[in-house]
Design a protein around this ligand. Structure first.
Ligand code: ADP
Length: 164
């Protein structure tokens, strides 16, 4: 069974992430979404909420993909990959700016675990300019997030907004 890891912060999950996940799950037997719970990044949403939103988004948007698993993750991805017998890391590529950092990470992960190859999937043209930082900024100002993030995320981000 070919297992792939899809690591990220997912603060929050966006339609760009879901699109990458859908394509990865069509190729690999199992895709494990590893949600960073203790990275150096300060997050808007706590880990439980980020995990729940990915799971709810998958149930709504990818009900046909029974091979997706979502886990909390803290540690070295290369080591976790070893425990899962994973052969791949999935990363989405949007711009040239992503590439330099992603290349460094890919080489380091393979050095730490030579069974683990990184597979880059190009972002869908609809989501190429989309990232979680932009979503957090839009949400803060009450902007319409339709078409950018899954409905569970819209519900979560607008639930404390008095204009809704
Ligand atoms: P990280 O902190 O690891 O960058 P993110 O949650 O920001 O975590 O992103 C996780 C992965 O999803 C990364 O590979 C990132 O390039 C990819 N990604 C983020 N946004 C998009 C998008 N709009 N389209 C395709 N891939 C994306």
């Amino acid at each position: 069974m070919n297992v792939a890891l899809y690591p990220g912060t997912f603060d929050p999950v966006t339609n760009g992430h879901v699109d990458v996940l859908d394509r990865a799950a069509s190729v690999f037997d199992r895709v494990v979404v590893t949600v960073a719970v203790n990275s150096s990044k300060q997050t808007m949403l706590d880990a439980d909420t980020r995990l729940r939103l990915i799971r709810e988004s998958c149930s709504e948007l990818l009900p046909h993909r029974a091979n997706i698993e979502v886990v909390r993750f803290d540690g070295l991805l290369a080591e976790y990959g070893r425990t899962r017998g994973a052969v791949a890391i999935i990363r989405g590529l949007r711009t040239l700016g992503d590439f330099e950092y992603e290349m460094q990470m890919a080489l380091m992960n393979r050095r730490l675990n030579n069974q683990l190859n990184t597979f880059f999937l190009p972002a869908d043209e609809r989501y190429v300019h989309l990232n979680s930082t932009i979503i957090r900024e839009l949400a803060r100002h009450g902007a319409d997030l339709t078409g950018l993030v899954p409905d569970p995320v819209i519900r979560e981000l607008t639930k404390n907004n008095p204009t809704n």
